[in-house]
Each structure stands twice: as structure tokens, then as C-alpha cells.
Write a protein that binds this ligand. Structure first.
Ligand SMILES: C[S@@+](CC[C@H](N)C(=O)[O-])C[C@H]1O[C@@H](n2cnc3c(N)ncnc32)[C@H](O)[C@@H]1O
Length: 275
């Protein structure tokens, strides 16, 4: 089953412990465990907390809002949103080891009452209809074969007028991505749609598109600097290293080549459920 292969790609034992050890290594044994301090180690997507800040700017969250994180990983963005904006975040993720790590890190940051984690699928979200004011999904859609169902479920979970921010790697014109990639060991669990297909699927689910930006150039610039540091051997440990272990550096290099060679287009979108 594809979903089992997705969880197998991501999951491993002891992730929260490795994240906390990386924090102590970087900031000292008594470093406070806060969402900001953890950010280099628990936002598992290209450009780290900067990308999360862009999602935040798009969503314009208000204190007390109910927010859904679809494919919440080890919960870094969810904790960061809860602490920064005073919102309550529900994170849903397929990978059991990620959900366990998220729970441990929620407790370590004292955010256990403001971040709820559910182990489940984006294709059958374990949440009621219309329960959320806002939702976001960062670098998850690449693992989803049935994208129409993904968008339908996000639509169902939002209240009328609710907004959804997405960051996604779409298919580029020059062929398939290089593997292993950070999101998939092989093509078996990688499903990149073109930007036009992404737009069409969103509209078919009922969303109105407020923003649809190609941010590939910004990605290229960051990745160029990452590659320089990888080549020099002075790249600090970040989330992908801690979570994916020895495979991480090869995955990072493949991700850089994928963007560079026109095999991936990075998209940020903001869409709304009509009110
Ligand atoms: C690259 S990680 C990003 C994690 C998180 N969004 C972040 O930015 O830190 C992709 C995540 O999507 C999750 N995922 C993939 N397919 C999923 C599905 N069908 N339902 C729920 N989560 C899924 C994986 O378990 C993984 O945590």
C-alpha cells in the first residue's frame, strides 16, 4: 500500500530525542525548549522557518482561531503558529513516529494544550466538517496521488470563508525529480502535478484562488547557498539531517538538482472556501 511506503520513508525511532539533542548541541545543555529555538530542527521543509513565516503572512491568523495543519510532520510549524499567534492548531499526519515525536516536543515546549496531534490521513481527515478557520499544508502534496481528494478534504474541514495556504513542489518541464528526494525514496511515493493541474484541482474542489505564486527563483537562491555549504562541509545540522539521518545529504543534493534542472516548480498558494 502506498501510504505504508510513505510512512516507511519518513519514520524512525527516537526522533524527538535527536531533535532535543541537536538543540542542546547548538545552544548549550540548558537551552530553553521553545518553538523558536527548535525551528532549525523541527520545520521539515525547504527554507525552514522562513517558509513557515510566509504561510503565516498569507493566512493573517487571529488569536483564538482554530487552525489545521495537514501533514504536520514532527509539529514544528504547528507549535510555532500556536506560540506566535495564540491560535489552537490540530496537526494530522500519516507517519506514527512523527506524531509521537510531535507529542513529545509539544510537552517539552509546554504547548500540549494548544497543539493537538492526530495520526491519520489527509485523504480522510479525522476532523469534523467546517471545524477550522484556517488550514495549511507544507510540502505534503508531493506524496499524494489522489490530489482531488486531498483538496476536497481540506475544503470540508474549513468553515465557509476559511482559508488554506499551501506550499508544494509541482512538476517541472524537464522530467521527473531525482531520487532519493527528501519526500520520497523512489518514484513509488512521489506524485508531482503541474502548476496548471494544481490550480484546476483546487478550483474543482470549490476553492477560490487568492494567490498562486511560483517561488522557484527564491528556492534556487537558497539552494545555491546550501550547496556551497555542503561542498565546503560547513552546513549546520537541520531538520532533514536529524529526521532522515545518513540519507539526508544525498536527498538535499538531489532536491537542489531537481529545482536547478527544471524538474520541480515551487508553488505557494492561498485559497479560500467561499463564505
Ligand atoms: C516533508 S514532510 C513535511 C512535514 C511538515 N509539514 C513540515 O513542514 O514540517 C511531509 C509530511 O507529510 C506527511 N504525509 C504524507 N502523506 C500524507 C497523507 N496521505 N496524510 C497525512 N500526512 C501525510 C508525512 O508523514 C510527512 O510528515
Amino acid at each position: 500500500m502506498k501510504t505504508a511506503a510513505v510512512a516507511e520513508h519518513y519514520g524512525s525511532a527516537g526522533i524527538a530525542e535527536r531533535v532535543l539533542a541537536a538543540l542542546r548541541e547548538a545552544k548549550g545543555p540548558d537551552a530553553p525548549v521553545t518553538p523558536d529555538a527548535l525551528a532549525p530542527f523541527d520545520h521539515f521543509h525547504g527554507r525552514g522557518v522562513v517558509a513557515t513565516q510566509e504561510i503565516a503572512a498569507q493566512l493573517a491568523l487571529q488569536p483564538g482561531e482554530r487552525v489545521l495543519d495537514i501533514g504536520s510532520g514532527i509539529g514544528g510549524p504547528a507549535r510555532w503558529f500556536a506560540a506566535t499567534y495564540g491560535v489552537h492548531v490540530t496537526g494530522v499526519d500519516l507517519t506514527p513516529e512523527f506524531c509521537a515525536a510531535a507529542e513529545t516536543l509539544n510537552a517539552a515546549t509546554g504547548l500540549g494544550d494548544r497543539v493537538t496531534i492526530r495520526n491519520g490521513s489527509a485523504l480522510a481527515l479525522p476532523v469534523p466538517d467546517g471545524a477550522f478557520d484556517a488550514a495549511y499544508s507544507q510540502n505534503v502534496i508531493m506524496n499524494i496521488a489522489d490530489k482531488k481528494q486531498f483538496y476536497r478534504e481540506a475544503f470540508r474541514a474549513l468553515r465557509p470563508g476559511g482559508r488554506l495556504a499551501l506550499s508544494n513542489l509541482c512538476a517541472g518541464p524537464a522530467g521527473e525529480p531525482y531520487f532519493p528526494a527528501p519526500w520520497a525514496t523512489t518514484r513509488e511515493t512521489s506524485f508531482l502535478a503541474s502548476p496548471d493541474e494544481m490550480r484546476a484541482d483546487l478550483i474543482a474542489a470549490g476553492f477560490e484562488i487568492a494567490e498562486f505564486r511560483d517561488i522557484t527563483e527564491a528556492m534556487r537562491e537558497v539552494q545555491r547557498r546550501t550547496r556551497e555549504r555542503l561542498d565546503k562541509g560547513d552546513m549546520p545540522k537541520v531538520a532533514v539531517d536529524i529526521i532522515m539521518g545518513e540519507r539526508a545529504r544525498e536527498m538535499q543534493r538531489n532536491s537542489i538538482r531537481t529545482i536547478e534542472d527544471g524538474r520541480g516548480i515551487a508553488i505557494e498558494a492561498l485559497v479560500r472556501k467561499p463564505g
